[in-house]
Design a protein around this ligand. Structure first.
Ligand code: FE2
Length: 316
């Protein structure tokens, strides 16, 4: 399982802890957060570009001491329209991690370090960011339930294909430049109500795919060292690096509110599979609350069904 669940007692103290920190790694503007958090992308400034833990040799040492499963990589030129989920397997070209680290720039590599918060040297830094984010969003989205971080290291002109994730994100640029295109997840042309339900379903959720007709609706952000961008919940995005080596941190997280939305969408997906045309999530607070309760009640029998289905597939 990726990421870390935040225990309730820890979640209750995070915002207070974040406000009490003597030095901040991210500079949030309360007015901007109040106006735009989880509605529109917005830029933040931060100080990770001056932190020794995010220099290239220190990060390569981290890659070498982490379990291999925590360091994913691709090499070569990846088409912007490549399938995101299969891109690591398709574009690793049989190279080992040591090969990639030793010839990083010449192989035009892209590395994603999964969950550096599990490393004792990085955990305090990332928990500090967790507290800062909790303090920043406390007024509008008060309980963080889960977080997961990723460090991306890429050579010039690399592309993270169009996709959407099942959480919120602050993508913080540490070195080099990145161009981030983001789309409004509430735009029915970009993601239909059925697409949103399927993305957040409990049955092998699937991402909605890109169409060139979306291009004119993209919101564009240029990231430099010390600048980051907020991705609202499930906002589709595509990221390209500039003409030099790039390092960035993605701080992704879920909250009580986004967990409820996820449960309501998951229940809608079940209704669709049964042939119903459910009311869209977000149209009625009462209907959404009922779906959350129903979805949570259905989780145990569904997980048993999923286990039985997987066992049957393995046996055949
Ligand atoms: Fe992403």
């Amino acid at each position: 399982m990726l990421g870390e669940f935040v225990p309730r007692d820890m979640a209750a103290k995070l915002a207070t802890r974040g406000r009490a920190l003597p030095e901040h790694l991210i500079d949030f503007s309360p007015d901007t957060v109040r106006a735009s958090y989880n509605r529109h992308p917005f830029l933040v400034s931060h100080h990770l570009d001056q932190h020794p833990a995010f220099r290239l040799p220190t990060l390569f040492s981290l890659c070498r001491r982490l379990p291999l499963s925590e360091v994913k990589y691709r090499v070569g030129v990846i088409p912007a329209t490549a399938d995101f989920d299969s891109s690591y397997a398709r574009f690793s070209k049989g190279l080992s991690l040591d090969d990639v680290l030793d010839r990083f720039e010449e192989s035009r590599a892209y590395i994603c370090i999964y969950n550096p918060e599990r490393d004792p040297a990085y955990r305090p830094i990332l928990e500090s960011i967790l507290s800062e984010v909790a303090a920043a969003i406390d007024e509008c989205d008060p309980v963080i339930t889960w977080y997961s971080t990723y460090i991306f290291i890429s050579t010039q002109d690399s592309v993270t294909p169009y996709h959407m994730d099942r959480e919120m994100n602050f993508l913080l640029q540490v070195r080099g430049t990145k161009h981030v295109a983001l789309w409004d997840p509430a735009d029915d042309e970009v993601m239909s109500p059925a697409d949103r339900d399927r993305l957040l379903s409990m049955f092998g959720s699937q991402r909605a795919t890109y169409s060139p007709s979306f291009e004119s609706k993209a919101m564009h952000y240029d990231l430099l060292p010390g600048i980051g961008v907020h991705h609202p919940f499930i906002a589709p995005h595509r990221v390209t690096t500039g003409s030099e080596l790039s390092i960035s941190l993605a701080f992704t997280f879920r909250t009580q509110k986004s967990d409820k939305l996820t449960s309501a969408h998951a229940f809608n997906y079940l209704l669709r599979r049964c042939g119903w045309l459910p009311e869209e999530v977000g149209h009625s607070a009462v209907a959404d609350e009922i779906k959350v309760v129903a979805s949570n009640a259905a989780k145990v029998p569904i997980s048993l069904l999923q286990r039985a289905w997987r066992a049957r597939r393995m046996a055949t």
